[in-house]
Ligand binder design. Structure first.
Ligand code: GTP
Length: 202
């Protein structure tokens, strides 16, 4: 049996949020354990695969989609995240507007994504001393919107793995009755090669 055949599940995860909140950096920290200070705005989208072991020992494959935060790419992104099993909805604790826009993102998710999609609110850049959004404000928004909540720093590698793992465990709980075969087939149609970037113009 190949490693792929032993994997029971495959899930699609999207990183959403305004431009420059740190979506790409969180993804890179999680998949490659790297961080880049230089800001290169994502054009369109980019994705990566990763294999993850759940707390119960089961192995799953995830497809991680990094989307462009810039408004002009939202229409493209929307058509892709219809198939999302999980979403990390990210704001920057130093950027008031990115926090205010979370409500807009939630409306869009409600309109476009599956009603079963698991969403976690993520407050990124907690290493910065110019924070304007408190932890309490983030927690309160998450609670009133029925979302999970984590604070992270992609830069200092704070809580990044834990945030992704929490989302994946929650997705597994929600989708464990969906057949692995169906999910795997869908993902194989989306991509021919693991770890290949697509539409990435950072
Ligand atoms: P778009 O591609 O435009 O949607 O942006 P993005 O959300 O992918 O943001 P990106 O990851 O490119 O990061 C934007 C800027 O924020 C970069 O200069 C990063 O170095 C910086 N940044 C990202 N995460 C952190 C963090 O945790 N702490 C600090 N201090 N800076 C961060």
């Amino acid at each position: 049996m190949t490693e792929d055949e032993s994997i029971e599940r495959a899930f699609k995860i999207f990183l959403l949020g305004d431009s420059s909140v740190g979506k790409t950096c969180l993804l890179k920290r999680y998949t490659d354990d790297t961080f880049q200070d230089v800001y290169l705005s994502t054009i369109g989208f980019d994705y990566k695969f990763k294999r993850v072991t759940l707390a119960n020992g089961k192995k799953i494959k995830i497809q991680l989609w990094d989307t462009a935060g810039q408004e002009r790419f939202h229409t493209i992104a929307k058509s892709y995240y219809k198939g999302a099993h999980g979403i990390l909805l990210i704001y920057d604790v130093t950027n008031q507007k990115s926090f205010e826009n979370i409500k807009k993102w939630l409306t869009q998710i409600k309109e476009e994504a599956s009603s079963k999609v698991v969403v976690i609110l993520v407050a990124n850049k907690i290493d910065c001393d110019k924070r304007v959004i408190s932890k309490e404000d983030g927690e309160s928004l998450a609670e009133s919107s029925g979302l999970g909540f984590h604070e992270t720093s992609a830069k200092n590698d704070v809580n990044v793995n834990e945030t992704f793992q929490d989302l994946i465990e929650k997705i597994y709980e929600v989708y464990q009755n969906t057949t692995a075969k169906a999910l795997g087939k869908k993902l194989n149609n989306d991509s021919k090669n693991d770890n290949n970037n697509k539409g990435c113009c950072k």
